[in-house]
Design a protein around this ligand. Structure first.
Ligand SMILES: Cc1cc2nc3c(=O)[nH]c(=O)nc-3n(C[C@H](O)[C@H](O)[C@H](O)COP(=O)(O)OP(=O)(O)OC[C@H]3O[C@@H](n4cnc5c(N)ncnc54)[C@H](O)[C@@H]3O)c2cc1C
Length: 416
């Protein structure tokens, strides 16, 4: 079996790139050793950032500069006006709210205007506020950044690309054939008792936290840094709400919501609280999160809510100590491209760049003839990863007391 490029890892970076390459007539296949989006993509808060969050210090960082173009690209894809057509994806909201815990400042609005962001926060009047923000002091802004459901997004790609998505065994599901020259000429893939060798001209590593290990197997260990987060989930009769509570130059808390049915909604709490929480036990973080919620959203009564937490690492290209990369990162060694999108929002950029690189660097061009995948017709298509809240071991009350009987499924094993 021959392909132009084999992509290892089916998170947002690998999936968007596969879609781009397929649309450009490139013979591309994607290998997934667990479930699509396992790890970061399924856990992400699904916000298509336009840069404001990354410019709170009053400087237009490289990230904000590049990221300001992203919401329009996504908006067009999500409305079906541009490929990939993602119009079946569940968009949780077309905007986020921004509010501050200190009444005096309207810094967020000022910054958007100064920094020439495409999407600027709009100061909204009291009667335009969502109910939940009625009691907060200070200005409230609306920011037209879309928030989407990661599992629905992953399903959209699965439906579009299933013949090209291959399930491999979790352990030793792929073996790279590295030539003396350092070039990877083929991969042998395994699932259950099946085995297939695919020759290829290029490899893309988009395996998130596993990129370092895989790139080492391909001949050069590419430098990666992990940024740990401890996320809190809150379940109950909560409204659908997406917003950032800004405290000075920091995002004190980012709240995103998904409706679960039966009047129940789950909130994910990210931002500073998830970074600070990495050293805390689950129970301590839950107590802290409940206190924070009451402080930043006085309208929320935490007494009937259920809480749970999970730990997850953000995988990024290694940069200077204490720094974070601002833009999508692609490292090339021979014919292997190792990539970290840095943000979900940057996936279209990664795909575009990989398409350009394989054309320019490896001379891979569009094929006009059909590509027969007969040898792979029986090969299993990977499922989409379970959302972090769907297999929680046990939910807790706001005081950190366990409520439900634990099941035997570890949410981190299911959904990163
Ligand atoms: C809690 C959290 C919230 C976030 N919120 C946002 C947000 O709101 N907006 C935003 O823009 N960004 C956000 N991000 C960042 C964003 O989620 C990531 O940048 C992005 O999802 C990374 O995608 P990826 O495809 O590189 O990796 P991943 O999503 O980690 O996917 C890697 C894939 O590779 C597979 N894999 C691993 N090893 C192998 C192997 N050996 N063989 C085959 N497959 C393998 C995995 O199973 C997985 O499917 C958030 C991240 C986190 C952790």
């Amino acid at each position: 079996m021959e392909a132009d490029i084999v992509i290892i890892g089916g998170g947002i970076a690998g999936l968007w790139t596969l879609d781009e390459l397929r649309r450009n007539g490139v013979r591309a296949l994607l290998l997934e050793n667990r479930t699509l989006g396992f790890g970061q993509t399924i856990s992400s808060q699904g916000i298509i950032h336009g840069g404001l969050k990354y410019s709170l210090k009053g400087v237009l960082t490289a990230s904000a500069d590049e990221i300001r173009e992203m919401p329009l690209v996504w908006r067009e894809c999500l409305s079906g006006q541009r490929e990939p057509n993602l119009s079946k994806t569940n968009v949780r909201s077309h905007c986020c709210y921004l509010w501050q815990t200190r009444a005096l400042s309207s810094q967020a609005g000022m910054l958007g205007a100064q920094l020439n962001l495409r999407i600027k926060p709009k100061n909204i009047s009291d009667h335009q506020r969502p109910e939940i923000l009625r009691e907060t002091p200070g200005h409230v802004y609306r920011l037209d950044e879309q928030v989407l459901s990661p599992s629905s997004l992953l399903n959209s790609f699965r439906n579009r690309l299933s013949p090209y998505l291959l399930q491999i065994d979790e352990s030793e599901g792929v073996q790279l054939h590295v030539e003396k020259s350092g070039v990877v000429s083929a991969v042998t893939i395994r699932h259950d008792s099946r085995e297939e060798t695919i020759s290829c001209r290029a490899i893309m590593m988009s395996a998130g936290v596993s990129n370092t290990l895989l790139s080492e197997q391909a001949g050069r260990k590419q430098p990666m840094q992990l940024r740990p987060l401890h996320m809190t989930m809150v379940k109950g009769a909560l409204p659908m709400f997406q917003g950032h509570c800004i405290d000075g130059a920091k995002t004190r808390m980012t709240i995103t919501s998904e409706y679960l049915g039966d009047g129940q909604t789950v909130w994910q709490l990210g931002g500073n609280i998830a970074e600070q929480g990495t050293g805390q036990t689950s129970e301590d973080l839950i107590r802290f999160a409940a206190r924070e919620l009451s402080e930043i959203l006085p309208a929320v009564d935490t007494s009937d809510l259920e809480f749970a937490t999970y730990k997850i690492d953000r995988a990024e290209r290694k940069v200077k100590l204490g720094m974070r990369p601002d833009t999508p990162q692609i490292l090339k060694h021979k014919n292997v491209l190792t990539c970290w999108p840095t943000k979900l929002a940057f996936a279209p950029r990664v795909a575009e760049r990989i398409q350009q690189m394989i054309q320019k660097e490896f001379g891979i061009e569009k094929h006009s003839e059909e590509w027969s995948l007969d040898e792979l017709s029986e090969w299993k298509t990977p499922e989409v990863a379970a959302a972090p809240w769907s297999n929680v071991e046990g939910w807790y009350d706001a005081q950190g007391q366990k409520l439900s009987v634990p099941n035997d499924v570890n949410p981190l094993k299911q959904a990163g």
